[in-house]
Design a protein. Structure first.
Lengths: 215, 469
């Protein structure tokens, strides 16, 4: 390695090659992925996030929810994702084209959230707000996303949490979600990959075999 | 051959004393900060109520804080110090423009501090290994340029035309980091790519940060120290160039390692699996080249030997867990945390501790005040690293197997991994104590007055590292 110029060129080429291969290569493949227009439903999928949910995504980012929660469902025969009710089909690249910051996540200390808005039995906004306020099991309580008000001399808030037992606030007070909590809940409820894209249909090896037999 | 008179070794170190001590002191400070944060974060896993009321230190943010303090605080500062010192030593003349290092270090650490405060206030990016807020990242790049200047000058102005493996790795780390870092910033923060391409780009950056920056920094230290201390030529040295290029060319392609089964083109993880397996060639050659580190009585080499073992074992573990059938279990679990810890705490930190024990007395021109303190640090570091990595790995396997069974709820998984996470937290505490011993020892050494002359401290190295053209 006497020739410094060749050495530097080699170093640069090593980095450039991997960038061109992995990042630019997948960009060539997926960078222009368009939403799919369904003529039966007369709308395009995926749908954009409503404004308040887009704000909620920022809350999801800044609290670091992705440290414990993934947002990717693996195909039905790979892991227990389908059996745990996280989604009927695998997540595909098209599901994420409108997300400003994709949070696939790399750890599952908690459940996957890719379809949390479509859980059965369904969560409503109040359930999720209570979950955030009280925590559950290994999940910490995010009490700083909520405010405690006195209700003396004014009408109770429509959004006040309906809490019981030890969590209930003292008489004459109520627990109300802050705008950040509202946005986060709206975001979580919007997480849903309902539409079955052609590329998301699992390949069925059994069906292929039958065709082979006919031939 | 060059006939220019070579600078005396002590002369090379004398000028670098304060700038490199500043880098090392800030590195050790960040090591303690990140250790304390990591311990707090593990404690939060065990009792979710801990600090949950405090928005700035809630679980997700604490995780980002400890990772950033480790990577941009400890690894960056310590790695730069060791790389600069090696380039100066092997360049054969005192490092030039060291004022730039001082300015760069101050700005770098200012930017990291600012970044951590930003994360506490919710401005982090939530991208692994790139958590620091967007606004401090250009500042980091500028500060890096200042820190790297003497390294580049030492490489260009080296007195020998031939170069050593230690120099290749040090130059590669210094040269590739700004490209990698700025490309990741542009693709993820300034002009984000679309959809899942962000995950691909983030994976490319995270793996690149390891294979093109952190691993070369550790290997630069190992390739310098092992022949230097043992006084023996590196065996099978001819292969080291091939091994170097394998790491650099193949390393960047391992970016899709964590995306197995994810919503990305299937060839991305497939390339990562192939690359991880190809990289085992690099790990085998590294083990062959540096096998002289094992079984030596030098304290510095004991650290390096442990680090090398962790490096090679980590490489093989990466190759094994990248395969789809195993990733199905270990993906998304504590096992990947164990792998990160094996690489960063096991390989990088241990090798760099060895380098610190070797270079600081030469920089400061006085010996370490106390051997028992070094032994205590060694014992704490070895036990802590082993305990942390093994317990996280077992927790990961338990978690992975139970995640695969849809009938087991998350509460049960948490209960079954709890004992292993408790061991991990205890190991993390032990590591923190060991590192506090090192920081205290370092401060004592710098504060002590020189009592002996430099020449009587060390035996002259019998031979220099073997050279290759």
């Amino acid at each position: 390695m006497k020739n410094g110029l060749v050495f530097f060129f080699g170093l640069f080429a090593a980095l450039l090659l991997s960038w061109a291969g992995i990042v630019f290569g997948s960009h060539r493949q997926l960078g222009h992925l368009a939403p799919l227009f369904d003529e039966n439903e007369n709308k395009a999928f995926p749908e954009r996030l409503p404004g308040v949910a887009a704000q909620g995504q920022l809350v999801y980012d800044d609290l670091g929810c992705a440290v414990c929660h993934t947002q990717q469902v693996r195909r039905p025969d790979f892991g227990s994702d389908k059996a745990r009710g996280w989604g009927d089909r695998q997540s595909v690249a098209r599901d994420y084209i409108y997300e400003t910051r994709v949070q696939l996540g790399d750890s599952r200390l908690g459940p996957d959230l890719a379809n949390v808005g479509a859980r059965k039995p369904a969560y409503d906004a109040d359930d999720l707000a209570k979950l955030l306020y009280a925590g559950s099991g290994a999940m910490p309580a995010y009490k700083f996303l909520f405010e405690r008000h006195s209700i003396a001399g004014r009408q109770p808030s429509d959004y006040a949490l309906n809490l019981h037992g030890t969590l209930a606030p003292p008489a004459g007070e109520e627990i109300v979600p802050t705008p950040r909590a509202h946005a986060l809940v709206a975001y979580l409820l919007s997480l849903n990959h309902p539409y079955e894209y052609p590329e998301a249909r699992p390949v069925e090896p059994a069906a292929e075999k039958k065709e082979g037999e006919k031939k | 051959m060059s006939t220019a008179p070579q600078a005396e070794v002590s002369e090379i170190d004398a000028s670098a004393r304060w700038p490199l001590s500043l880098l090392l002191a800030s590195a050790l400070l960040w090591l303690l900060v990140s250790g304390a944060l990591a311990l707090a974060n593990l404690a939060q896993t065990l009792s979710p109520g801990l600090l949950a009321e405090c928005a700035a230190l809630s679980y997700g943010r604490m995780h980002a804080l400890q990772e950033s303090a480790l990577v941009y605080g400890w690894i960056a500062n310590a790695g730069f110090a060791v790389a600069l010192w090696i380039l100066g030593r092997l360049g054969g003349s005192p490092l030039r423009s060291l004022n730039w290092v001082v300015v760069g270090t101050l700005f770098w650490n200012f930017a990291v501090t600012l970044g951590l405060i930003g994360i506490m206030f919710g401005q982090g990016t939530s991208i692994p290994f790139l958590h620091l807020p967007r606004y401090v990242q250009p500042l980091l790049l500028v500060a890096f340029a200042a820190i790297a200047t003497p390294g580049v000058l030492a490489w260009i102005g080296r007195s020998r035309p031939t170069t050593f493996a230690a120099q290749w790795y040090a130059v590669a780390a210094l040269f590739l980091f700004p490209w990698l870092f700025s490309a990741a910033q542009v693709m993820l923060l300034w002009a984000p790519v679309r959809g899942v391409l962000q995950a691909v780009a983030a994976g490319w950056f995270a793996q690149g940060a390891w294979t093109l920056w952190i691993a070369p920094l550790s290997l630069a230290a190992a390739y310098y120290l092992v022949p230097k201390i043992t006084g023996r030529v590196i065996p099978s040295y001819d292969f080291s160039a091939l091994s170097f290029w394998t790491l650099l060319v193949v390393g960047g392609w391992t970016g899709g390692r964590h995306l197995v089964g994810g919503p990305v083109p299937v060839w991305v993880p497939s390339m990562a699996i192939v690359s991880c397996v190809l990289l085992t060639f690099h790990y085998i050659v590294t083990a062959l080249n540096l096998r002289g580190a094992f079984g030596q009585c030098s304290t510095a080499l004991k650290f390096v030997a442990f680090g090398l073992a962790a490096y090679v074992i980590g490489g093989f573990t990466d190759a094994i867990t990248a395969t789809r059938s195993i990733a199905q279990v270990t993906q998304f679990t504590w096992f990947s945390q164990a792998q990160t810890q094996l690489a960063l705490t096991g390989a990088f930190s241990m090798i760099v501790f060895g380098a610190i024990y070797f270079l600081v007395p030469r920089l400061a021109n006085r010996p370490w005040p106390s051997t028992p303190l070094i032994r205590a640090h060694y014992a704490a570091a070895v036990l802590g690293t082993l305990g942390l990595v093994l317990s996280l790995a077992v927790a990961g396997i338990v978690e992975g197997r139970e995640l695969g069974d849809a009938a087991i709820p998350f509460a049960d998984i948490a209960a079954h991994t709890r004992v292993w996470l408790e061991i991990a937290a205890a190991s993390q505490a032990l590591l923190l104590v060991g590192n506090a011993v090192l920081a205290f020892h370092f401060a004592r050494l710098l504060a002590a007055r020189p009592v002996v002359t430099a020449t009587s401290l060390f035996r002259p190295p019998p031979t220099m590292e073997a050279s290759v053209s």
